[in-house]
Design a protein. Structure first.
Length: 147
């Protein structure tokens, strides 16, 4: 494994935070609000949400890069696929497990960073409508939430 492989994986992971912010702000709170809005409801009838379909989309995207790597010898495909996968895994751990407590782990995590991302996400969920939301990122949120 050479340094370009590692750099590609890391840059993909970092880029995915931008993609998460962009797709959350302009797609989930835009033309696909009908899929995302159940995530902003307080009472769910099911453990699964329609919003979970966005995870499936990124899983297919990651798989597509694996296919490019394996079938077409596109060597960047594997580190890109792994970067997307690792970001998705991190997103799931932070968003679904840590913040929304879909699984009861990390309940007592109280670092400054943990408090900041929880606070930012709480502010995001204060608004239950499509428009006028704030703080669409996940791992990097504005500094004001850490104060």
């Amino acid at each position: 494994m050479n340094y370009l492989w590692i750099i590609t994986l890391l840059l993909t992971f970092i880029f995915m935070e931008f993609m998460a912010w962009f797709s959350h702000k302009y797609i989930m709170h835009g033309f696909l609000w009908s899929i995302h809005k159940d995530h902003h409801k307080k009472n769910h009838k099911s453990w699964f949400e329609r919003n979970d379909l966005f995870f499936i989309f990124y899983a297919f995207l990651s798989s597509g890069f694996v296919i490019l790597w394996g079938e077409f010898n596109f060597w960047f495909g594997l580190p890109i696929a792994l970067g997307i996968f690792l970001y998705g895994l991190t997103y799931f751990a932070v968003h679904d497990i840590f913040i929304h407590q879909r699984f009861k782990f990390f309940k007592k995590t109280n670092s400054r960073y943990a408090k900041g991302i929880r606070r930012a996400h709480k502010i995001h969920h204060k608004n239950i409508e499509k428009e006028k939301g704030e703080c669409f990122g996940m791992l990097w949120v504005p500094i004001k939430y850490f104060k």
